[in-house]
Write a protein that binds this ligand. Structure first.
Ligand code: UPG
Ligand code: MN
Length: 730
C-alpha cells in the first residue's frame, strides 16, 4: 500500500507558550492588586481626584489591553511545507494572480512592472497561471508599460526558468548579482546574463521615457469606461530556439464615474473577481499589491501544500505569507508595528483559527468569498440579487472544473468582462456587504478576514526561511504616521460596524480569537492611555499631587514588577525573532509616536465622519522616496518633514516632560522627598530619554529634516498654557 506523506507539518512553540502562561498568571495577580490599590486609594483621597481618576482609568485600559494581548501568546506555531510531495503538474489547480495599482505618481511604473514580471516567473505550469493587473488609476502609461513588460517577459521568464533564478524580479536580481546565489553558474550563464541585462535596460528606458513624455496622462480623467486587454502568446527561447509558454496577462481598469463611490481597493478587488471569473476563473487567487514582488518562485507550490491537503482544505480560506520589506534597515525606525504583527501576532493566531488578511501576499480560495465553509454548493437562490445580473458570471461561480477557454481574448468574453467591471454593476446586489471584499472599512483586508472566520473559514500562516514576497516599507516619518492613521481609522470603522466581534455572532469564533481581534481593533484607543501617561503625572508634579506610592512602600514593588516584566517580555520577543536591543528601543519610540498622533487623529477623523464633516479616505502610501531620504533612514535619523499637527503634539509632550523632569528633580532636592516623587520623575525621565531624537530635531539638528523653530516655539507656548492650567487638576 502506498503511504502518502504529509504535505506540511507544524510545530507548537511549547516552551514559549508555557513561559507565557506562567507569566500571564503572575502578571494578572499583580494587575489585580494594582487595580485594588488604585480604586481603594481613589475612594480615600480628597485632593487630586481628577488626575487619580484619569490615571486609574488609563491603567485599567492598559491592563485590559495586556490581557487581550495574551491571546497571541497562547499557542504560537510555525509551519513547514513539502512542495516536492505535491501531485504531478497535471493535477494542480489553476491560479489567478491579482496585482493592484492605482496611481503612477506614488507608485512608480517600473516598480509595478517588476511585480508583474516576478509573478510571471512563479514556478507553476504557465498555462495554469493568469496574471491580472488592476489599474485603478486607468493610466494609459500603465497599459503601455504592461505591453512592453510582456515583450520583455518573453526573454525574462525563459531565462529565470532555465537557470533556476530565485530573485525573479529583474530590478532586485540585477542589483544582487554579486550574491553567492550565482557564483557557481556556468560561463554560458554569464554570457546570457549580459544580453538580458542590456535588454532590461532598454525596457526600463522605454518605460521611463514614456513616463516622462506622458506627464499629462499620469492622472487620467476621473470619468472613464472600463478597459480590458488580454495579452497572450508564446515565447521562443532565443537561447535554445525552444517554444516556451508564459502565463497570460490581463490588464483591467474598471469603469469610474465621479458620481459613484468606488470603494477604494475593495471595490477594485471585487471588480477583478468578476472579470477574472469570466476570463479564467481559477479556484485560487494570489493577491499582490504593486509594491510587493515575488521573491521566491516556490510560493505557489508551497501554498498548494496546504490548499490540497484533504484534512484541512474544506475549511481553509487562504494561506498567508508575511509582508517583508527589502528596503528596511537593521534598526528600522519606521516599520516596526508590522514586524510585531508578522513575527508575533500572526504566528500566535496561526495556532488558533489563523490570522486575518493583511492585504497582500496570500493565496485565497475564491469560493470562500461567496459562501460559508460548511455549505456544500454556492447558494444560487436569488443569484441576481446577490451577485448581479451577469449570467456569465453566475455560471462561472458554480463551474466546478475550470477549463480555461482557448478563446479568452475573443470579443464576446471581453465584452462580458467589461460589463461586470462597470461602475453600476453592484447596485442592488450583495457585493461589498456579504459577497467579495467588504466595504465598511478602509482596512478591507482585516474586516474581510474577520468576516471569513465568522463564516467558518480558517487560514494558515506560512513564514518560510526565504521571504516569498518582498515589498517597499515606508522610509519617512510622515508616510508611516499617515499609513497608520488610515489603518486606525479603518479599525474604528469596524468597531462601530455590525461586524464588531463582541456583538457579531460571538459564539461562532473561539474566545481567544475574539480577544486577539479586540486587541487589534481597540488599538486606536491607546491614544488616551499614552496621552494620559505623558501629561497627567507631569502636571501633577507641578501641582504637588502624588500619583504613585513611595519607593519604600510595598505597593511600589507591584508597579515595578508590572513595568519590568512587561518590558522584559517585549524585549525577549524582539530578540528571539531576530531583532536587536536597538530595534527594541526604536520600536518603543515608534509606538509612542503612533499612539500619540496617528491614533489620535484617527479618532478625530472618525468623529468628523460621524458629524458628517468628512468621509474617511484611503490615502495611498508613497512607494518612492525623496533624494537623501534613504541615507537618513539607514542612519536611523528621523525625517521630521512631517505634517505639522503630528509634530506639534510630539514636541509639546517632550517639552512638557523635560520641564516636569527639571521641576521634579528640583522639588525632590529642595524638599528631600526623592522617595515620594520617584515614580513621577522616572516617568518624565523615561519619556524624555525615549524621545531624545525629537529634542535633537528641535535644538541640535540644522538639516532640512529638523523640526521647524516655529513648531518648537509653539510647543513651548503650549507647555506654558498647560502649566497655567494645572490648577484645573487640583
Ligand atoms: O483606491 C485604491 C486604493 C489602493 N489601491 C491599491 O491597494 C494597494 C495598497 O495600497 P497602499 O497605499 O500600498 O497601502 P498600504 O499602506 O501598504 O496597505 C496595507 O493596508 C491596506 C489596507 O488599508 C491593504 O489594502 C494593503 O494590502 C496593505 O499592504 C496598492 O497596491 C494600491 O495600488 C487600489 O487599487 N485602489
Ligand atoms: Mn503598500
Amino acid at each position: 500500500m502506498e503511504i502518502k506523506l504529509p504535505l506540511h507539518a507544524y510545530q507548537v512553540h511549547q516552551s514559549r507558550a508555557t513561559i507565557n502562561k506562567i507569566h500571564t498568571l503572575v502578571f494578572s495577580i499583580s494587575l489585580l492588586s494594582l487595580l485594588y490599590y488604585r480604586f481603594s486609594t481613589l475612594l480615600q483621597i480628597t485632593t487630586g481626584k481628577i488626575p487619580w481618576l484619569l490615571i486609574t482609568m488609563s491603567e485599567f485600559l492598559l491592563s485590559l489591553f495586556w490581557i487581550l494581548g495574551q491571546a497571541f501568546r497562547w499557542r504560537p506555531i510555525s509551519r513547514t511545507a513539502f512542495p516536492e510531495r505535491l501531485p504531478s503538474d497535471e493535477s494542480l489547480p489553476p491560479i489567478d494572480v491579482f496585482i493592484f495599482t492605482c496611481d503612477p505618481k506614488k507608485e512608480p511604473t517600473i516598480g509595478v512592472m517588476n511585480t508583474l514580471l516576478s509573478a510571471l516567473c512563479l514556478d507553476y505550469p504557465p498555462e495554469k497561471l493568469f496574471v491580472y493587473l488592476s489599474d485603478d488609476g486607468g493610466a494609459p502609461i500603465m497599459l503601455y508599460a504592461a505591453g512592453e513588460a510582456y515583450n520583455f517577459a518573453k526573454l525574462w521568464v525563459p531565462f529565470c526558468k532555465k537557470y533556476g533564478i530565485k530573485t525573479i524580479a529583474p530590478e532586485a536580481f540585477f542589483s544582487s548579482l554579486n550574491d553567492e546565489e550565482h557564483c557557481h553558474m556556468s560561463s554560458e550563464f554569464f554570457e546570457n546574463l549580459q544580453d538580458i541585462k542590456s535588454r532590461y535596460k532598454v525596457f526600463k528606458q522605454l518605460v521611463e521615457n514614456a513616463v516622462q513624455n506622458d506627464e499629462s496622462c499620469l492622472t487620467s480623467t476621473r470619468d472613464r469606461p472600463a478597459c480590458i486587454e488580454v495579452m497572450r502568446g508564446n515565447a521562443i527561447d532565443e537561447l535554445d530556439k525552444r517554444k516556451v509558454e508564459i502565463p497570460n496577462i490581463v490588464y483591467v481598469s474598471r469603469e469610474k464615474r465621479s458620481n459613484h463611490h468606488h470603494n477604494f481597493k475593495a471595490g477594485a478587488i471585487n471588480a477583478l473577481l468578476r472579470v477574472s471569473g469570466i476570463i479564467s476563473n481559477a479556484p485560487y487567487v494570489l493577491f499582490l499589491d504593486c509594491d510587493m514582488y515575488c521573491n521566491d518562485p516556490a510560493s505557489a507550490r508551497q501554498a498548494m501544500c496546504f490548499h490540497l491537503d484533504p484534512q484541512i482544505s474544506s475549511s481553509l480560506a487562504f494561506v498567508h505569507f508575511p509582508q517583508s520589506f527589502y528596503n528596511v534597515s537593521k534598526n528600522d525606525i519606521y516599520n516596526t508595528p508590522l514586524r510585531t504583527c508578522m513575527k508575533i501576532w500572526w504566528h500566535g493566531l496561526d495556532g488558533l483559527m489563523g490570522p486575518p488578511i493583511t492585504g497582500t501576499c496570500f493565496y485565497l480560495k475564491r469560493e470562500a468569498l461567496y459562501k460559508n465553509s460548511a455549505q456544500g454548493d454556492i447558494n444560487l437562490f436569488d443569484g441576481e440579487r446577490r451577485f448581479g445580473c451577469s449570467d456569465a458570471f453566475i455560471a462561472s461561480i458554480c463551474r466546478k472544473h475550470v477549463v480555461i477557454d482557448k478563446d479568452v481574448a475573443s470579443n464576446k468574453v471581453v465584452e462580458e468582462a467589461r460589463a461586470v467591471a462597470s461602475s453600476t454593476y453592484e447596485e442592488n446586489t450583495q457585493w461589498g456587504k456579504q459577497i467579495g471584499f467588504l466595504y465598511q472599512s478602509v482596512v478591507e483586508d482585516l474586516l474581510t478576514g474577520i468576516f471569513l472566520n465568522y463564516k467558518g473559514w480558517n487560514s494558515v500562516f506560512y513564514d518560510p526561511l526565504r521571504p516569498a514576497f518582498l515589498g517597499t516599507g515606508t522610509t519617512n516619518l510622515n508616510d508611516t504616521l499617515v499609513q497608520n492613521k488610515r489603518w486606525y481609522s479603518g479599525f474604528l470603522q469596524i468597531c462601530f460596524s455590525q461586524f464588531f466581534p463582541l456583538t457579531y455572532r460571538p459564539s461562532r469564533v473561539p474566545i481567544l480569537q475574539i480577544m486577539a481581534y479586540l486587541y487589534i481593533l481597540l488599538l486606536p484607543f491607546n491614544t488616551f492611555l499614552v496621552l494620559c501617561h505623558s501629561t497627567i503625572p507631569q502636571l501633577c508634579l507641578f501641582n504637588g499631587i502624588k500619583l504613585y506610592p513611595k519607593v519604600s512602600d510595598l505597593w511600589f514593588a507591584i508597579f515595578l514588577v508590572i513595568y519590568l516584566s512587561s518590558l522584559i517580555q517585549t524585549l525577549m520577543e524582539v530578540l528571539i525573532t531576530g531583532g536587536s536591543l536597538k530595534l527594541f528601543w526604536n520600536e518603543q519610540r515608534l509606538a509612542f509616536f503612533i499612539r500619540s498622533t496617528s491614533n489620535l487623529f484617527a479618532c478625530f477623523g472618525y468623529l468628523k465622519k460621524c458629524i458628517g464633516m468628512k468621509e474617511i479616505d484611503f490615502t495611498l502610501t508613497n512607494k518612492s522616496s525623496k533624494d537623501g531620504e534613504m541615507i537618513k533612514y539607514q542612519m536611523d535619523v528621523y525625517d521630521f518633514e512631517t505634517d505639522r499637527k503630528f509634530l506639534l503634539i510630539l514636541t509639546t509632550i517632550v517639552s512638557l516632560n523635560i520641564t516636569s523632569l527639571a521641576i521634579g528633580i528640583r522639588r525632590a532636592i529642595m524638599e528631600e522627598t526623592y522617595n515620594e516623587w520617584f515614580g513621577q520623575i522616572f516617568l518624565s525621565l523615561i519619556i524624555t530619554v525615549l524621545n531624545y531624537p525629537l529634542i535633537e530635531g528641535m535644538i541640535i539638528r540644522k538639516d532640512e529634516g529638523r523640526i521647524p523653530t516655529s513648531i518648537t516655539l509653539l510647543s513651548i507656548l503650549l507647555v506654558i498654557v498647560l502649566y497655567q492650567a494645572r490648577v484645573l487638576l487640583l
